[in-house]
Ligand binder design. Structure first.
Ligand SMILES: *Cc1c(COP(=O)(O)O)cnc(C)c1O
Length: 353
């Protein structure tokens, strides 16, 4: 058995993989594959509608919001967001590689005010106590920094529209989603397969759009056409729908958050208590999704990875900009998998401590 700690594309529940496989060969007992039916058919309509409803429902969002299924990944949202909503100036919090890329794209459209950055400490914490200019068109945050293993635990209180890239922690915990004007997530970390991007948007914000733009770059096109202006990514939407259904069946975000906290606690306890291991992120900003750590004897890095792999623990190599190790503990990862990793760490510490 493999314990998959990969950062993304990442683990999904086994039942979701089984449903997806079934849908490819014989969708809804129709004798047809999901891959060969119209995106405007009744059968697919039920899929996209359930995905839409569940995406809003899990976050407690009402009729004033819409859930959109887009393509191009979170990286395309980095540009679409300012293209639609940056009229003069936008504020950004720089908490890592992805936040930085979002900032880079926004600069094509207007003035960008980076309110704070943790770059000079290699993004090992979330800056606090910053000021967001009252005249900013919006304030953009990255709720979970996939590469560095930090996470925003207290959402900022601001007087301008709040926007979040939640690619690596969407639906992993309870949040007040109504605080946000727009939330986006490339699916392949905690939501589904790559190929679809979920966007949750407060519809009234569209009234502030001033720029003229091609249809496919406008959120309004997707809102007005229920994400069916062109052919949407049919298969990724189906898999996401099954995953959202699974999250709901687990007891929703309350239950999911509890499980994620237990998993993270188990691993952070091992990191803190075993002398051979050390955490990378500031303790109060530690992520529940991407847990970064190093060996105090880095010459043992290769041997540790090999022993972990022998125990079935895969995908643990840290991102090149941080080094060491990263264990991604997304929703679908079982506690047993975290325990398997902790067992390897404990045995390795005994051997080399
Ligand atoms: C992976 C990731 C991205 C990039 O997502 P793509 O869908 O590959 O464009 C953006 N933001 C965060 C936080 C990520 O983890």
């Amino acid at each position: 058995m493999k314990h998959n700690f990969t950062a993304g594309p990442a683990i999904l529940p086994k039942t979701v993989f089984d449903k997806a496989a079934q849908a490819v060969t014989n969708f809804n007992n129709s004798g047809l594959s999901l891959l060969e039916i119209s995106h405007r058919s009744e059968d697919f309509d039920a899929v996209i509608e359930e995905a839409r409803k569940t995406a809003l429902e899990l976050f407690g969002l009402g009729d004033d919001y819409e859930a959109l299924f887009m393509t191009g990944g979170a990286s395309t949202q980095f540009a679409l967001l300012p293209n639609n909503f940056l009229n003069a100036k936008a504020a950004y919090l720089d908490t890592g590689t992805w936040a930085n890329k979002a900032i880079k794209e926004a600069k094509f459209f207007g003035e960008v005010n980076v309110v704070a950055s943790s770059k000079d400490t290699n993004y090992n914490h979330i800056p606090k106590g910053y000021q967001v200019p009252a005249d900013a068109d919006y304030f953009h945050i990255t709720t979970n920094n996939t590469i560095f293993g930090t996470q925003i635990h207290d959402m900022p209180e601001v007087d301008v529209p709040l926007v979040a890239d939640m690619s690596s922690d969407i639906y992993s915990r309870e949040i007040d989603a109504n605080k946000f004007h727009l939330i986006y997530a490339g699916a392949q970390k905690n939501l589904g397969p790559s190929g679809v991007t979920l966007v949750l948007i407060r519809k009234s914000w569209l009234d502030t759009v001033k720029r003229a733009m091609p249809s496919m770059f406008a959120y309004k096109t997707f809102v007005d056409n229920q994400s069916l202006y062109n052919t949407p990514p049919v298969f990724p939407i189906y898999v996401m729908m099954e995953n959202l259904r699974w999250i709901k069946a687990q007891g929703g975000l309350k239950a999911i958050e509890k499980a994620n906290q237990e998993k993270a606690q188990l691993l952070y306890d091992a990191i803190d208590n075993l002398p051979l291991f050390k955490g990378v992120a500031a303790t109060e900003d530690r992520s529940l999704m991407n847990i970064t750590f190093v060996l105090t004897k880095p010459e043992l890095d290769k041997e540790f990875l090999a022993e972990a792999e022998a125990a079935g623990c895969v995908g643990l190599a840290g991102h090149r900009s941080v080094g060491g190790f990263r264990a991604s503990t997304y929703n679908a990862l079982a506690k047993e998998s975290v325990q398997a990793l902790v067992d390897v760490m404990t045995a390795f510490s005994k051997k080399h401590g």
